[in-house]
Design a protein around this ligand. Structure first.
Ligand SMILES: Nc1ncnc2c1ncn2[C@@H]1O[C@H](COP(=O)(O)OP(=O)(O)OP(=O)(O)O)[C@@H](O)[C@H]1O
Ligand SMILES: [Mg+2]
Length: 247
């Protein structure tokens, strides 16, 4: 198994958020999680990526034969885990190009691969940006600083396509995108998809799942996965809401 989450319970600020959550993702699979506001979807994504504010009460996470809790946030990224945030953070003063260049090189180093030089990286970045309809001028700016909501989401996908992760977690990457950007972003994901990498897609809208076909859809309520199945679940939610999944 590629990612195995067993009985994960997590709290923050004295509030239990995840409650004995189980989820298995294998290589080459696309999983979608849907669930009402506040059920813990972003918490799960943050715990996976290694954000430190959470208290792990119970359970284990195994990722590519590592105990995930043994790896810090940077090591998880270097091992090939990537999180596209629901609310991407602005990093004023940190220029996109050197930032991504050093990110890709630290990953290559850990994987014992050769580092990529300035010129080759600039070429790679330009070609990926143009695939995603991102203006080259944007690459001279600071990370996310002053970007519009949709530009931030596109930039997250640019970052993802540069880093080429083994497991990409997209936390509502579709929200706030206009229809053209949604197509660009989802095409970006589909292009990146191989039999060796996996995606965990958190979304509120069935529409996204028309573009990125999930192998499994999970319903999350009150910090647990309460139902898993195929795309028909997304259609059910769209039609009836989450009421019937709440015991
Ligand atoms: N730092 C924090 N302090 C207190 N409560 C928090 C904190 N972070 C998250 N929570 C609470 O944890 C619960 C789960 O939040 P989370 O962001 O994981 O929900 P979500 O499923 O992603 O919701 P949405 O669909 O609105 O994005 C919410 O009730 C939220 O208020
Ligand atoms: Mg969220």
């Amino acid at each position: 198994m590629f990612l195995e989450i067993k009985d994960l319970s997590v709290k923050i600020e004295n509030k239990n958020i995840l409650d004995k959550l189980n989820l298995n993702i294998d290589k080459g699979e696309v999983h979608a999680i849907m669930g009402p506001n506040g059920c813990g979807k972003s918490t799960l994504a943050n715990v996976l990526a290694g954000k430190e504010d959470y208290e792990i009460l119970n359970g284990s996470i195994n990722f590519k034969d590592n105990d995930l809790f043994d790896l810090n946030i940077e090591e998880r990224a270097q091992e090939g885990m990537f999180l596209a945030f629901q609310y991407p953070v602005e990093i004023p003063g940190v220029n996109i190009t050197p930032f991504l260049h050093s990110a890709i090189n630290s990953k290559r180093k850990r994987m014992n691969e050769e580092e990529i030089d300035n010129l080759s990286f600039a070429k790679l970045l330009k070609s990926k940006a143009s695939d995603l309809g991102i203006n080259i001028d944007m690459l001279k700016r600071s990370v996310n600083t002053g970007f519009s909501g949709g530009e931030k989401k596109r930039y997250e996908i640019l970052q993802m396509s540069i880093l080429n992760p083994d497991l990409a977690i997209l936390d509502e990457t579709d929200s706030g995108l206009d229809i053209d950007a949604l197509k660009i972003v989802t095409e970006g994901v589909n292009k990146l998809k191989t039999k060796d990498n996996s995606f965990l897609i958190i979304t509120h809208y069935q529409k996204l799942l028309d573009y990125i076909k999930p192998d499994y859809v999970h319903v999350m309520v009150n910090g647990s996965i309460v139902r898993s199945g195929g795309s028909e679940i997304a259609a059910e939610i769209e039609k009836d809401g989450f009421q019937k999944f709440q015991q």
